[in-house]
Design a protein around this ligand. Structure first.
Ligand SMILES: *[C@@H]1O[C@H](CO)[C@@H](O)[C@H](O)[C@H]1NC(C)=O
Ligand SMILES: *[C@@H]1O[C@H](CO)[C@@H](O)[C@H](O)[C@H]1NC(C)=O
Ligand SMILES: *[C@@H]1O[C@H](CO)[C@@H](O)[C@H](O)[C@H]1NC(C)=O
Ligand SMILES: *[C@@H]1O[C@H](CO)[C@@H](O)[C@H](O)[C@H]1NC(C)=O
Length: 180
């Protein structure tokens, strides 16, 4: 009985290990831009490869005046001769979302990202907005993703006026043979 249980757990762990080894999930590009430098400025945004399979994303920006009204327009595009719209698109009331996690797509993105940032609080937002050493963990991605390169574009609006973009591209490769 115990031996069976132990070997079952062992098999599950081994399977997970092999599975994780076979997945590459990492950033490939990060582009940001402010459209209103009197409300949001970027000090820096960059990717840094620390190993073959891990790329860190860092971002440092400042909200110059408190904001209580934020709309996020998010879309995932898949690369195929340029980026084409894909199935996921969402417009979220960010202040409402931070009070109550109501949008399933945003919940997945937020869960991947929340431990690396100081934005995990409710509105208002003002001052430094930091993302530090953020890297992608495939365990947190509960969506079935076909292998490929994607871009998650996020347009941030304050009071329905576009203030800045954060566009991040990443690859997701499930097949060990396609690793290179
Ligand atoms: C972000 O992506 C969108 C496409 O959805 C594009 O219109 C916009 O120019 C991009 N912004 C930056 C800063 O690259
Ligand atoms: C730019 O930001 C200022 C706040 O500093 C705001 O009053 C103004 O409405 C914003 N302009 C646009 C086009 O969003
Ligand atoms: C963000 O950038 C500002 C302005 O350059 C700097 O004063 C601040 O220390 C930076 N914060 C972090 C966490 O890097
Ligand atoms: C925000 O993240 C910090 C650091 O991970 C954590 O200590 C804090 O409890 C989080 N706050 C909320 C409201 O989730």
């Amino acid at each position: 009985m115990w031996t069976n249980l132990v070997s079952f757990i062992g098999a599950v762990l081994l399977f997970r290990f092999v599975l994780n080894e076979a997945v590459v999930f990492k950033f490939t590009n990060f582009e940001c831009k402010s459209y209103n430098l009197s409300w949001f400025v970027f000090h820096n945004y960059r990717l840094k490869a620390v190993s073959r399979d891990r790329v860190l994303l860092n971002m440092n920006g400042t909200v110059l005046h408190p904001v209580n009204n934020i709309q996020l327009h998010a879309k995932i595009l898949k690369k195929a001769n340029g980026f084409k719209p894909w199935i996921l698109e969402s417009t979220v009331d960010a202040c409402r979302f931070m009070r109550k996690r109501y949008d399933p797509f945003t919940i997945i993105v937020y869960n991947i990202f929340k431990e690396f940032t100081n934005i995990n609080h409710t509105c208002p937002y003002v001052g430094p907005q930091i993302v530090k050493d953020f890297y992608l963990k495939s365990e947190l991605l509960i969506l079935p993703f076909p292998s490929g390169e994607y871009m998650l574009t996020m347009q941030w609006h304050f009071h329905s006026k576009r203030q800045f973009d954060t566009n991040v591209s990443f690859i997701y490769m499930e097949d060990l043979l396609k690793r290179n």
